[in-house]
Design a protein around this ligand. Structure first.
Ligand code: ATP
Ligand code: MG
Length: 295
């Protein structure tokens, strides 16, 4: 009896070891496929960038009349073509951002910048887009400087995406942008009176390729990449992001907190790197691509 149960135990252990080994191999294979997929996405995106720029250039020339008279109807069509081209450019840029993040090739360039100035310039840039939808952006820059040690382009990208989304997902009303200083850093809140969202969406918005249930049936285009990239950029500054809503149809708040100094430099940067202000940063692969998320 004892001998039999020992024998069974030994067999079971062997099976477990075998299973663990094959799991390990499957995992390695998945990692390799994941790497190849990111590489493919990176190469494809680079290859797409140039023809898209050429198309944009020609569209501008045609619109300006360089190849003959442009009728009203033609101008309308050229406008639609330019809009579609811009959508593709944004998509390719998002892919490039993502592949850089996943391959640890994102370049960050840190220095001290005034957040008030940064937000003001993004609001200015997006004011016309808001006006086209009869939306008002409410933003009151404070007189004080709000200096943050950051990569201004990356943080600008985040603020731009938040306000751009607020415009995109708000059929009417207004968008309020607010900066709140505390002892350690700054909170940015972008509140809108738009479509809002339910609890089922809240935890998923910052995941790659996630588009909310709230956009189903709205006819608003998107890929679900914008705020995933935002999250990565803000986390690299040692900050965090969030999304809040009282429910569908009740508006949303998208926000982030970013430290003034402490944590502004990713932990993996060495003090000696700071002098150079430009470093390749490998963002930890907390949520690497799953194969299901390949386009
Ligand atoms: N202001 C907002 N109000 C309501 N839902 C929002 C808002 N901003 C983002 N979302 C939700 O979060 C999802 C992810 O946003 P994200 O910006 O990443 O992607 P997207 O806007 O769908 O596409 P794109 O990659 O082109 O920006 C959106 O699809 C939408 O469901
Ligand atoms: Mg978006």
């Amino acid at each position: 009896m004892l001998v039999r149960s020992v024998r069974e135990e030994v067999t079971r252990r062997k099976e477990v070891t075998k299973l663990a080994k094959s799991l390990e191999q499957a995992n390695l294979r998945l990692q390799e496929l994941d790497r190849q997929k990111t590489e493919f996405l990176s190469i494809a995106s680079h290859q797409l960038r140039t023809p898209l720029s050429i198309i944009k250039g020609y569209l501008e020339l045609i619109s300006d009349g360089a190849y003959g008279k442009v009728t009203k109807k033609m101008r309308e069509i050229l406008g639609d073509m330019d809009e579609s081209n811009e959508r593709l450019v944004k998509l390719v840029d998002d892919f490039l951002d993502i592949t850089r993040i996943e391959q640890g090739r994102t370049k960050f360039s840190f220095d001290t910048y005034d957040m008030n100035e940064l937000v003001t310039s993004v609001v200015k840039e997006l004011t016309n887009r808001a006006k086209d939808k009869k939306l008002k952006i409410v933003w009151k820059a404070s007189k004080e400087k709000e200096d943050i040690y950051m990569d201004d382009e990356k943080v600008r990208h985040v603020v731009f995406n938040y306000i751009d989304n607020a415009i995109k997902y708000t059929p009417k009303g207004n968008i309020t942008v607010r900066l709140e200083p505390d002892e350690q850093g700054l909170t940015l809140r972008v509140k809108d009176t738009g479509i809002g969202f339910g609890k089922e969406d809240e935890a998923n918005f910052f995941q790659k390729f996630y588009r909310g249930k709230n956009v189903e049936g709205t006819n608003v285009n998107g890929t679900g990449l914008g705020i995933y990239v935002c999250r990565k950029f803000i986390e690299t500054h040692g900050g965090h992001v969030w999304a809040k809503s009282k429910g569908t149809g009740k508006g949303s708040e998208f926000g982030f907190w970013i430290p003034y100094q402490k944590g502004a430099v990713p932990k993996i940067m060495q003090p000696s790197d700071l002098e150079e202000h430009e470093t390749d940063i490998a963002i930890p692969k907390k949520d690497t691509f799953t194969l299901a998320s390949v386009v």
